[in-house]
Each structure stands twice: as structure tokens, then as C-alpha cells.
Design a binder for this molecule. Structure first.
Ligand code: ZN
Length: 89
């Protein structure tokens, strides 16, 4: 296990984080969807995580709809990702 995180992430939360994109895309089997929703209903971190990913997807979708992303919006999305623990690449 990597020791870069300052605390252990519960397996259920890892599961949500690994599948949230499929969940938001509606690509998870209904049973998986139900179990993710159940966990997110009682885990505020996963709930927030899912909301963040959803906003990110919506931002991406609106960028695609407009054709070209303004540089400041790209920077904002990058900032949001960075603050959520992601780094480019
Ligand atoms: Zn969780």
C-alpha cells in the first residue's frame, strides 16, 4: 500500500472512487449503481467526491458544446483537480 496518504481509505470508498466515472456515465450494472448510491448516501466524502466528478463532467461537456475552452476555465478545472489531489499526467 502506498504511504503517501495521511490516512487509510476504506475499501468501500476506494471502490466508489474507482467506479464513479462509470457510475456517472450510467455504465454500471444496476446492482453496482445501487451499492454505490447506498454508500454515497451514508459517506459524505464519497458523496462530495461524486458531486465533484459530476461537476467536472458537466464542465467538460459545456466546453465541448462551446467548441473551444477559454484558458481561464481550463486553469480553473486544473486547479479544482489539483485541490482534489490530482496532478496532470
Ligand atoms: Zn466513502
Amino acid at each position: 500500500m502506498p504511504e503517501t496518504l495521511n490516512r487509510a481509505i476504506p475499501l468501500e470508498c476506494l471502490h466508489v472512487q474507482q467506479h464513479v466515472w462509470d457510475y456517472l456515465d450510467g455504465r454500471l450494472p444496476s446492482q453496482e449503481t445501487a451499492s454505490l448510491q447506498l454508500h454515497m448516501a451514508e459517506c459524505s466524502e464519497c458523496h462530495d467526491y461524486s458531486n465533484f466528478q459530476q461537476r467536472f463532467l458537466q464542465a467538460l461537456a459545456s466546453l465541448r458544446a462551446r467548441g473551444r475552452a477559454p484558458w481561464h476555465l481550463k486553469a480553473r478545472v486544473a486547479d479544482l483537480l489539483a485541490s482534489d489531489g490530482y496532478s496532470p499526467g
